[in-house]
Design a protein around this ligand. Structure first.
Ligand code: PEP
Ligand code: MG
Length: 284
């Protein structure tokens, strides 16, 4: 079966009725990047940037971001690459944000990072420089409102001016119920949307991410699907594409729902790109 799937790498990711679903990869390392290309992914839909910095003792510097990014970007020249800024959410907080306490709930990293605009600017400048040879896009995790996204865009615009490039498209990750509630304004302010179904599902259903009950299949819950439908409707009304980059995008039973509701892009682990392509090609 694996051989059959590999043989289909050259085939387009289209439904039987001819609807194209763009397939991208979720990556965090240089070997992930290579695996994504080998599997025939149409670029990178989610580059997670916090993983090298989970044990950080302070906000990563421009040089540290650059050192982490350059090897990943090396094989991605000319590819569409969507880089996510640091996602220090409550399940992945470095020591300098927890002050040694392990049980506290500091909440999400984005407000913390917006309170440190220099740290944010350093990462933007590093992404813009290291990713200059790619078709670069930047997205912000854990967006709660259009106002937050506007603050991020100001920082990005300034960082782009600093390094002398045109600002790339800026997207919002939709993974909080607050973002779904503000989706009209967020869609009006964003260049694209990406649904973080891992967090969104848990948030809507009141599950802890570490709870074994919190599986990708739970994204099929009607309450989650209703939220996704609202996100897609607002995005399309504003002419934006919507991707899904949580693990539900690779779940055989959830893929038909995501395609039916109008999601344009699925971004999945490199190891399952072949399976997801085959699943899309089965759909009417
Ligand atoms: C998500 O929440 O679905 C997502 C893609 O981000 P992460 O899994 O890194 O939180
Ligand atoms: Mg998330």
């Amino acid at each position: 079966r694996k051989a059959t799937l590999v043989a289909e790498r050259g085939l387009p990711s289209v439904t039987r009725s001819g609807r194209r679903i763009v397939l991208r990869a979720n990556i965090a390392t240089p070997s992930d990047a290579q695996a994504a290309l080998t599997a025939g992914a149409d670029g990178v839909g989610l580059l997670r940037t916090e993983l090298p910095f989970l044990d950080a003792r302070s906000w990563p510097s421009y040089a540290q971001h650059t050192a982490a990014l350059v090897p990943i970007f090396r094989c991605l020249a000319g590819q569409s690459v969507t880089v996510r800024t640091l996602d220090y959410a409550d399940d992945k907080l470095p020591p300098f944000l927890t002050n040694g306490r392990s049980d506290q709930r500091l909440g999400r990293g984005l407000p913390l990072m917006l309170a440190e605009p220099d740290a944010f600017a350093d990462q933007f400048r590093a992404i813009l420089t290291a990713g200059a040879a790619t078709d670069l896009k930047i997205m912000i995790p854990m967006i709660a409102s259009a106002v937050e996204l506007a603050v991020c865009r100001d920082l990005l615009t300034k960082a782009a001016a600093d390094v002398g490039v045109t600002p790339p498209p800026l997207g919002a990750m939709i993974e909080l119920p607050e973002a779904v509630a503000d989706i009209e304004a967020i869609a009006a302010a964003a260049d694209f949307l990406s649904i973080g179904s891992n967090d969104l599902t848990c948030q809507i259903l009141g599950l802890d991410r570490r709870d074994p009950a919190a599986t990708p299949a739970m994204a099929a819950h009607p309450d989650v699907q209703q939220a996704i439908a609202a996100v897609v409707a607002a995005a399309h009304q504003h002419g934006l594409l919507v991707s899904v980059c949580g693990d539900a995008a690779a779940h055989a039973d959830v893929i038909p729902l995501l395609v039916a509701v109008g999601c344009d892009i699925l971004s999945v682990a490199p190891s399952v790109v072949d399976e997801v392509r085959a699943r899309v090609r089965q759909l009417e």
